[in-house]
Design a protein around this ligand. Structure first.
Ligand SMILES: [Zn+2]
Length: 111
């Protein structure tokens, strides 16, 4: 391993932050192949990092990969929650019972 402890720590942080290997290599001042080797050695490969970056589902608490696809926009159109696929389906199902007329009524009330 040609990296110092500091470089390894930086590599882990940058990997988790989603930096490309080429960016990590240039910031650490090492060869791209060293970044590749270090990431697989450390278990910080791209799919592993994606698994590590999870947040608890705002509904049931099960881990949800932290990416935009799992960010659910609540019916108010402003609040976003991280929901697992199962809870998103549940919320969509519940929302399907509210028709557009009810939203119109709310809009009138707000005015
Ligand atoms: Zn959930």
């Amino acid at each position: 391993m040609a990296l110092t402890e500091k470089q390894i720590a930086d590599l882990k942080i940058m990997a988790l932050a989603g930096y490309a290997n080429s960016q990590i290599a240039s910031m650490l001042g090492v060869d791209l192949s060293i970044v590749h080797a270090a990431r697989s050695y450390l278990g910080y490969t791209i799919p592993k990092v994606a698994e590590m970056k999870t947040v608890p589902c705002d509904c049931c608490g099960s881990p949800v990969p932290l990416d935009a696809e799992n960010e659910y926009t609540m019916p108010d159109g402003i609040t976003t929650s991280n929901l697992c696929a199962r809870c998103q389906m549940t919320v969509d199902y519940v929302n399907s019972f509210y028709d557009e007329n009810e939203e119109d009524n709310n809009a009138v009330q707000n005015n």
